[in-house]
Design a protein around this ligand. Structure first.
Ligand SMILES: Nc1nc2c([nH]c(=O)n2[C@@H]2O[C@H](COP(=O)(O)OP(=O)(O)OP(=O)(O)O)[C@@H](O)[C@H]2O)c(=O)[nH]1
Ligand SMILES: [Mg+2]
Length: 316
């Protein structure tokens, strides 16, 4: 039997207040020289990922990390190594990046890279960086179509760029008609529609992607095309989402909700225990949340909050 040795790596995503993040080119003489990566390197014996991150960023570019949050964990098999990459979001540091190893640096806008190629293991990370902090779910069921579309227009003008169209009460034809209305509104903003339900439905409606209910997630065996996330409630469902290589998961319920009365709730402690297990995608909290819960969510390790009723309140 052959045993695959795992190389543990820590890498830092330096994020400026304007949202741009830093990539560096790999120096000559290393595998994948010239490819773009997040600065970082291998853990030394006895080091934690955070300790390795702090050391590597200092060695490679003279930056002193003062604030770093563990973000995604990605495993990947290269011809030269099987790597386990611990990515951190670095939001505060001292010193300007200096190329101590002859590398080049480039600040990049999420979703609009100007450099290539990027190391193949980083593709999901670059997708994750495009996801919003607040993921809105539609609420036609409660507001009615006309009133909700008015709120959607306001939200788009205020920056909404992602939408999960979840209306399980609508028959297929009515859902398709609504999706077309919504697409026409999102398109001028370059906003993305995620259809709720089966992957085939998203394909037929020409949406940017699909949001799988947990039941559909558990019967899905191949990663759907386009953007794909899922609703999850436990470690088993999170593990399935990871196997499929999904872009995000929405984990809940955090608090009791009107849309799912009587469901079990996790609270932020329960959320943190599940979401903190080193998933390769960002995890949102959902269930009875408001915009004002964003800080608590992120403190619990969340990408942000998925909002249903609260996404459409207080807009004017
Ligand atoms: N630093 C870094 N390494 C990455 C990224 N993505 C990725 O697949 N890797 C892989 O992780 C491994 C470790 O990276 P490294 O070569 O930077 O290690 P290091 O700085 O300790 O260098 P060394 O080899 O001189 O000790 C490499 O196999 C590299 O291909 C990334 O974004 N940043
Ligand atoms: Mg390195």
């Amino acid at each position: 039997m052959t045993e695959t040795k795992t190389t543990h790596v820590a890498a830092g995503i330096l994020i400026r207040p304007d949202g741009q993040f830093l990539l560096g080119s790999r120096p000559e003489g290393k595998p994948y020289a010239g490819w773009w990566e997040f600065p970082g390197g291998k853990l030394e014996a006895g080091e934690t990922p955070l300790q390795a991150l702090v050391r590597e960023l200092h060695e490679e570019m003279g930056v002193t990390v003062s604030m770093a949050q563990p973000w995604l964990v990605q495993t990947f098999t290269y011809p030269h190594a099987h790597v386990r990459l611990n990515f951190f979001k670095v939001t505060d540091w001292q010193g300007e990046p200096h190329p101590h190893e002859g590398q080049a640096f480039a600040w990049q806008v999420p979703g609009a890279l100007t450099v290539d190629p990027v190391l193949p293991a980083n593709t999901p990370i670059l997708r994750g960086l495009q996801l919003p902090a607040v993921l809105p779910f539609s609420n036609v069921a409660e507001l009615g179509e006309a009133a909700w579309l008015r709120q959607l227009d306001l939200a788009l003008a205020q920056g909404l760029r992602w939408l999960v169209l979840r209306e399980p009460q609508l028959p297929a034809a009515a859902y398709a008609g609504l999706a077309a209305e919504v697409q026409a509104r999102l398109q001028p903003y370059g906003a993305r529609l995620l259809v709720h339900g089966q992957p085939q439905r998203a394909h037929d409606l020409g949406a940017a992607g699909v949001h799988l209910p947990a039941r559909v997630l558990m019967e899905t065996t191949e990663r759907p095309e386009g953007w794909c996330g899922a609703s999850v409630h436990n470690a088993t469902e999170l593990a399935r989402a990871a196997e499929l290589g999904l872009d995000y998961a929405v984990l809940g319920a955090i608090q009791p909700t009107q849309s799912h009365p009587g469901s079990a709730t996790l609270g932020w402690d329960g959320f943190a225990a599940l979401a903190g297990q080193g998933w390769p995608f960002p995890v949102y909290g959902i269930g009875g949340l408001k915009q004002a819960d964003l800080a608590a969510a992120q403190a619990a390790g969340a990408q942000g909050v998925a909002l249903l009723r609260a996404a459409w309140q207080g807009l004017s």
